[in-house]
Design a protein around this ligand. Structure first.
Ligand SMILES: *Cc1c(COP(=O)(O)O)cnc(C)c1O
Length: 337
């Protein structure tokens, strides 16, 4: 059955307890002033693989039958790292398939964790084809980055932790791509307190879940290079679970521009002294854009990962232009205005 329950999320929490850490939830004094309410950062970038994806991957890998030889996945990077790390913990093989759009640091990261990598084509869909071939021909088990009940339950454990750490949350801002994270966390939060508002945030170009929710069914969108490369990729035309969860449990989806993501990465670095990926900074970009609805109490955003090319990070911190495929994100020195 393709559903999840709150019990699945509690079960995931105990299953992954030895692999994923309980991450800190810290207030940002600067962003709290901007928001007019306590603004909290859930530091998932402090997971052992540098991103939250370890939660879902570990829950899926640790649920596998004892006889499983190995696993495979297609990933823009962080899911691949999570699967490689969790598989290494269990002593089984992991083969990670990805497209040429994925930055080199992410490929190397997976290999350092003991995973095998396969680079194929220019899109997630090409990578998925290779993945399906490995399932057919080599008998590996595929772990979807977002459309799998165990993965979604694993990501949903962040929702349980958030409520343990702050019991009067008014709003949670969640970086949104395939929707495993937003679907799982929104589901967990709303099961416990339906009054919490949960908002997904994506980049303007290539926001597959946003377009799909608007269309009322999963649709394909063109992929673009983005500072938020972790948020790229489609949701799958055959999407079974993350799409219905996002459609039902997200109160809204906000889109932010590359320029806003650039500035948000500077903000979190200069104000909170944190290094994070563009895809992690979109909740902050949403706040700074002025597009959030009025807040009445504590707001939290999930700082999802920190696995980015540090040369690009240095360029942004120094206000230099960043070239992304056919587009240039104009550099700007940081100012808090
Ligand atoms: C995967 C990822 C996301 C989005 O998660 P989905 O479940 O695909 O919506 C956000 N931020 C980072 C850093 C990620 O790796």
């Amino acid at each position: 059955m393709m559903t999840i329950t709150i019990e699945d999320i509690h079960a995931a929490r105990s299953r992954i307890d030895d692999v994923a850490i309980r991450t800190p939830l810290i207030p940002s004094p600067y962003l709290s002033k901007r928001a007019g309410a306590v603004f909290l950062l859930k530091l998932e970038m402090t997971q052992p693989i540098g991103a939250f994806k370890l939660r879902g991957a570990a829950n899926a890998v640790l649920s596998l039958d004892r006889s499983t030889m190995g696993v495979t996945c297609c990933s823009t990077g962080n899911h691949g790292r999570g699967v490689a790390y969790a598989a290494a913990q269990r002593g089984i093989r992991a083969v990670v398939c990805m497209s040429q759009l994925v930055p080199d640091t992410k490929v190397k990261g997976i290999e350092d964790l003991g995973g095998e990598t396969r680079i194929v084509g220019r899109s997630q869909d090409d990578a998925l084809q290779e993945c399906l071939r490995l399932v057919e021909e080599e008998g590996l088990i595929e772990i979807s980055p977002f459309d799998d009940p165990l993965v979604i339950a694993g990501q949903g454990t962040i929702g349980l932790e958030l409520l343990d750490q702050c019991d009067d949350l008014d709003m949670v801002l969640i970086p949104l791509s395939g929707g495993g994270l937003a679907g799982g966390v929104a589901f967990a939060l709303k099961q416990i307190n339906p009054a919490i508002r949960v908002i997904g945030v994506s980049m303007e170009r290539g926001a597959a879940m946003y377009e799909s929710v608007r269309a009322g069914r999963p649709i394909e969108v063109e992929e673009f290079a983005s500072l938020a490369d972790s948020l790229g990729g489609g949701i799958g035309l055959e999407n079974r679970l993350s799409f219905p969860l996002c459609r039902e449990y997200l109160d809204d989806i906000i889109l932010v521009s590359e320029q806003e993501i650039y500035h948000a990465m500077q903000t979190i670095y200069y104000e909170d002294r944190l290094v994070c990926e563009g895809g992690s900074a979109v909740g902050i970009a949403a706040l700074e854009s002025g597009r959030l609805p009025p807040v009445k109490g504590p707001v939290a955003t999930i700082i999802t990962g920190r696995n980015l090319d540090m040369r690009i990070h240095a360029d942004i911190m120094n206000g230099r232009d960043v070239v992304l495929g056919d587009m240039v994100v104009k550099g700007r020195d940081y100012s808090s205005s």
